[in-house]
Design a protein around this ligand. Sequence first.
Ligand code: SAM
Length: 215
Amino acid sequence: MNDFTIARRRMVDEQVAARGIRDPRVLSAMLKVPRHKFVPEALASQAYTDYPLPIGEGQTISQPYMVGLMSEALMLAGEETVLEVGTGSGYQAAVLALIADRVFSLERIPELARQARRVLDANGYSKVNIRLTDGTYGWQEMGPFDGILVTAGAPQIPQNYLDQLAVGGRLVIPVGDRISQSLKRVTRTTSDQFQEETLVGCRFVPLIGNHGWQG
Ligand code: SAM
């Protein structure tokens, strides 16, 4: 076992499983995805620490625990079609690729989308579809989605996400102000009914777009 494999095992045991993430498919995906490949080379030695890390363009790769929590909150069995908003480094998308059937991911910053595409392809996650766009519109042509995971903080829940959620599907999204948010899970219980839960407090970079924060 090399050092990164050992660090990854410790990350999953000590930061993710020890804090209550139980879904074996999520834990096994996080044991597989080489997180150090998704951070800037100079930060590879910190890839398995308990923090978000900068990935350029003022953006971050989320803390491992948060990736575990959000992935588990989608309650995926493996056959689902999932939309991620905020591709960033591509790490969360790679985890989703191992626990869902089809993965679509939206990113607004061209350099991040390009870099994520490169790393995902180089590590065997070519099935992730990335589109460069304002993700607050969702991706209507590819929906409805069994899961929608938003990895940037929104001022309120964009109606597009609710419209593009399949009945029985789950939306996981941080909602709050620009500094701190609450992680919400919204389940579409029937075509016109939604159930909302608050999971934890969190801090994400802002969701910037027409149905998010302005600039
Ligand atoms: N999921 C990412 C990962 O695994 O590295 C972390 C994402 S980072 C916390 C949030 C990302 O959301 C940034 O890359 C940011 O550019 C992106 N973002 C913000 N607003 C967006 C929007 N309207 N559409 C698409 N992406 C957006």
